[in-house]
Ligand binder design. Sequence first.
Ligand code: UDP
Length: 461
Amino acid sequence: MKNTHVLLIPYPAQGHVIPLMEASRCFTNNGLKVTFVNTEATHKRIMSSWSKENDPSDLMQMVSIPDGMGPQDNGNDIGKKIETMFRFMPNKLEELINGINKTHDEDITCIVADYCMGWVSKVAQKMGIRLVTFCSGPAAVMALIMSIQKLLDDRVIDVNGVPLNNQMIQLSTNMPPMTPAHFFWSSIGDSATNKIVFENTIVGGKEAAETADRIICNSVMELEAGAFTLFPKILPIGPLLATNRFTKQIGHFWNEDSSCLTWLDQQPVCSVIYVAFGSITIFNQAQFEELALGLELTNRPFLWVVRSGTSGSIIDHNKYVYPSGYIERVGTRGKMVSWAPQQEVLKHPSVACFMSHCGWNSTMEGVSNGVRFLCWPYFADQFLNANYICDIWKIGLGLKKDDKGIVTRVEIKSKVEELLSNNILKVNALTLQEKVINSLQEGNNTSNKNLTDVIDWIKGD
Ligand code: UDP
């Protein structure tokens, strides 16, 4: 019997690859054949941290195409990377699909493309292949992208996406208020980078979403009802977490250090501060030291991911130095790892709270495990996500910077104390966790139902 063949293509960054890999495992579990396309650089990184137990189903193949960046190019230069990819990758994808269709029994009949890879829609249209847009971020960002024309008409932004004033806006009364300066594309880098992101990712993403046959989002109706109601075409299918299906998260760019799970086993229940800032956030040395000293000051056990390099490049330009005598002083009370099996960490009963940059995956992973957050957003959608956590869902607190732009050790200690002594936040987090997990059960309007419907539609049922 032939299987329907679907091609999945993420944006080349850690937070986009992990949820799409989980989606592809849901697809193969339901009998779809999957070709997962990474850029060559991403493919290399994933394969170098791949372990035997990660081996995907026989129905899944991992392939790669070049992104056009040369060996001398800086993978952390987001503007350059996006411009190059948007110019270079369409032909490469077309060649790949033609090659696969010639050599495989099953032609590719559907493409699932990340919402930040808008260029894929032109390839899909040209080749007559059905398209699903996959939103790896919050539905609110997808809604914002689909509202670009309204933002232009209302003179909230100019044609380059630059905010024209700083008045809060609300896309609908049920959606969180947003600060234009914190729009996804306004919070990436310098103005030239933001303009490139706006032109390609956002305007391109809007066109792709409009032409897509379906839009699926790694979120849950109960978390973002306002955005899903405003744009019913966006369907929640989350949370896409391997640990929800009792498997291991795959697609890591770094080797996971699982010794932290053994260390967690030795800590009291609900005692540990888990500190991790995703795959892109970088601190300066002064902030790094202040964070180290703040964690020491809490007098609590902490597990801290101190990463080298970023999603864009493994080369570590920013070697952090711990304060003098720090490692000896914190001893076994502090556990530092270079990359954690985060979903398993957040599921562990010893974890009390999550100090996070509020990337959308980290947000979904924390919410799914009922943990409370200390929010330290860095860029892109993270300000909006922190807003959801602190003001809408009320399951966390924000860390404030002082007038020098530093989150001080005193702020860290006092917010940890405030968070952990606040029982209302704990109850809210557990209530929200229940709602989110319920969405994985069968029933109308659930993520489970939406995912099943999309899979049936891809199969042509
Ligand atoms: N992650 C991980 N180990 C770590 C830190 C992060 O496995 O030590 C995973 C995390 O579980 C999440 C992803 O990396 O799935 C980061 O995505 P997110 O959207 O939170 O942040 P980004 O890296 O995109 O800023």
